[in-house]
Design a protein around this ligand. Structure first.
Ligand SMILES: [Fe+2]
Length: 249
């Protein structure tokens, strides 16, 4: 059997989540690593390249770590403290770190499609022109949507304005994996959907949603992204003949 090289793993990931789909400025792709001819025997999959995840990757003998969120945020100029610790482990253990972020949110079968499929939305369209989010029709009640959310996304979702739609049996539902509950997104979604399922509701967004009469379900950043990430890691397991371990879900 031919050896699976890092560059082959990257090709498989990029076939699924094409880099050109990523939103401009998103820090996707190779984060840490140099030798892409390196044979890969074990892949770690995680939502975040946290110190805990990186330590687990080391302990598990992972050669290639895939994370949804990138390692570096804008503006980091000094590699001290936690980022130093992360890089020290990754480099000394020769673990390649690779991220597919908004391209994995947007792509066909990616995190947003997974949410749309979970809620069985009909006539689904992109929520935004760039491919982020989905909006479609749910044939059923808000209570059913909440049951699905509690079972698959998060045990205790925050729900705002449930009364506005509680008597309905067909709902226009928008989904957006991760941080979707910004004031800007809520303002936009209130014009095209009646229920908005996403993550990271802040106090000010909550007040705005109440004022706009938009029903919001906050399933958490983690819950709304890990749901689709599970499918992605299963996909990698099926297609790659290497061991796959999940490290934070
Ligand atoms: Fe995210």
């Amino acid at each position: 059997m031919e050896k699976m090289l890092a560059k082959n793993v990257i090709s498989i990931i990029e076939e699924f989540a094409p880099p050109h789909l990523a939103i401009e400025g998103d820090n996707i792709g190779l984060q840490v690593g140099r030798d892409l001819e390196k044979p890969i025997e074990k892949i770690g999959v995680a939502l975040d390249p946290s110190l805990q995840v990186i330590k687990r990757a080391w302990k598990e003998g992972v050669d290639f770590l895939f994370t949804h969120h990138p390692l570096l945020k804008d503006g980091i100029k000094t590699f001290d403290s936690v980022i130093y610790e992360k890089l020290k482990i990754l480099i000394s253990r020769d673990i390649i770190l690779y991220s597919a972020h908004t391209n994995l949110d947007i792509c066909e079968g990616g995190l947003n499609d997974s949410l749309a499929k979970l809620y069985n939305l009909k006539d689904t369209k992109y929520l935004y022109e760039n491919g982020l989010g989905r909006v479609g029709i749910y044939e059923g009640s808000l209570q059913e949507i909440l049951d699905i959310t509690e079972k698959y996304i998060c045990k205790n979702p925050t729900v705002i304005n449930s009364k506005v739609v509680e008597d309905r049996d067909t709902l226009r539902v928008a989904v957006l994996s991760g941080y979707g509950l910004s004031q800007k997104n809520i303002e936009y979604v209130s014009k095209i959907a009646e229920v908005y399922i996403s993550g990271d509701l802040t106090h000010h967004s909550k007040i705005l949603a109440e004022d706009l009469n938009l029903c919001i379900i906050d399933g958490g950043h983690y819950g709304t992204e890990v749901y689709g990430l599970r499918y992605f890691s299963k996909y990698l397991k099926e297609i790659l003949e290497v061991k796959i371990v999940t490290l934070d879900f």
